[in-house]
Design a protein around this ligand. Structure first.
Ligand SMILES: *Cc1c(COP(=O)(O)O)cnc(C)c1O
Length: 393
């Protein structure tokens, strides 16, 4: 019956209005190319935003790129990751966090989550580092992820990495607008990456960025991202290059999106509050929320965990919502359970796999209206009534 109602998406692009203006400017000036004024403008906007809290230095720089995956790949190259190296990586994440390790011919070493934020576990991280060192190979880098916008345990993780002198690549693809102790996510790592893919908190239709600590590092990244041309009028190359720069058109969308980023964060957080209120009295549903007041999540996606009691399973709920034409999605399947990574080492105790079994991502878009929230609430009510689960609503 509700299939003829429009689909409610998990997270869909949400334009603010001035994106078109920046694109039109690019057309008027015939800047339909990688590089151009929108690219520079977007990089400036991002830098202002990320370092608006007073953290960081003048030297911090941003390179706008074709995707978050490209940014991760360049980050690994800049840290000197090569064939035969090992790179630590949070297991519970999107495959794009781990794939670039393999592009470099290196081996990922996956690490389990901790229960509070579902991000990389400090305990298992240290266990993994010590074990790899004992086996004769110190990991070359660490990729830590702010999953679904929830900051990982920055202090613990970075102090372990510092203790063993392992550089951190901060995968902030899902966490633009989140903060940890008042400092913006995307500013903690030796290098950090952002994504502007279609379903992220802001989008450029497709795109990403690399955040560096120095202007020199950015220059290196841009050099590699634009085919690594030596300074010479003829095309001379001393390095293998890539075609990873963001286009001036995409950057125009990005500039418009930066004007509405804070509004998007506020709306996503409203969606989170909506689910928190909804499940406040349920013993069988846990809404993953900020563990303390030093952590501020953009709540890119709100995730819940179902107890599994009385057939309250995430898959049953997903199917129920699907019948109502409402999209929900299982959590990322951990990398150590992926067929393609079956031979990679893993350190952990089952937190990530349990979260994958019981978790579900609920519609969290910044463009969901009251009528759509009502449809979601009714669909959830229907499911829990069917399962005789009492909810005080
Ligand atoms: C989206 C995403 C990426 C990759 O970004 P793209 O721009 O899609 O290449 C990397 N890591 C995480 C955690 C992501 O969610």
């Amino acid at each position: 019956m509700s299939m003829n109602q429009p689909k409610i998406w998990l997270s869909s692009p949400h334009m603010g209005g001035s994106e078109q203006k920046y694109i039109n400017q690019a057309f008027d000036q015939n800047w339909i190319a990688p590089l151009g004024p929108n690219v520079n403008g977007f990089e400036e906007d991002l830098k202002k935003y990320l370092f608006s809290t007073g953290h960081g230095s003048k030297e911090n720089s941003i390179a706008a790129l074709s995707s978050g995956t490209a940014a991760l790949h360049l980050a690994l190259i800049l840290l000197g990751v090569e064939r035969g190296d090992e790179v630590l990586c949070q297991s519970l994440t999107f495959a794009a966090s781990a794939n670039p390790i393999v592009y470099q011919g290196a081996t990922p070493v996956f690490v389990d989550s901790e229960a509070e934020t579902l991000n990389i576990s400090p305990e298992h991280l240290e266990e993994a580092i010590c074990s790899r060192i004992t086996k004769g190979k110190k990991p070359k880098a660490l990729i830590a992820v702010h999953l679904y916008g929830m900051p990982y345990k920055v202090e613990e993780i970075h102090s372990i990495a510092a203790k063993y002198e392992i550089p951190v690549i901060e995968d902030s693809a899902e966490a633009l607008g989140s903060t940890y102790n008042g400092q913006k996510c995307g500013t903690f790592g030796d290098l950090a990456i952002l994504s502007f893919n279609g379903n992220k908190i802001i989008t450029t239709s497709g795109g990403g960025a690399l955040v560096t600590r120095t202007a020199e590092m950015k220059e290196k990244a841009v050099f590699l991202a634009t085919q690594a041309r030596d300074v010479a009028p003829h095309y001379q190359h001393s390095h293998i290059g890539y075609n990873y720069r963001m286009s001036n058109i995409c950057a125009g969308i990005g500039r418009g999106q930066m004007e509405v980023l804070d509004d998007h964060v506020a709306k996503r957080r409203e969606m989170h509050q909506f689910y928190q209120d909804f499940f406040i009295n349920s013993d069988n549903v846990k809404v993953f929320s900020e563990p303390d007041e030093n952590i501020f999540s953009n709540h890119w996606l709100t995730i819940i965990e179902l107890s599994g009691k009385n057939s309250l399973t995430s898959e049953a709920l997903r199917k129920h919502l699907e019948k109502e034409n409402i999209e929900s999605r299982p959590l990322w399947k951990p990398m150590h359970l992926q067929p393609v990574f079956k031979d990679a080492p893993f350190y952990g105790s089952g937190i990530a796999s349990a979260a994958f079994e019981r978790g579900l991502c609920l519609p969290s878009g910044s463009n969901l209206r009251e009528a759509e929230k009502e449809r979601i609430a009714n669909a959830l009510k229907g499911f829990f009534e069917e399962k005789k689960e009492k909810l005080e609503i």
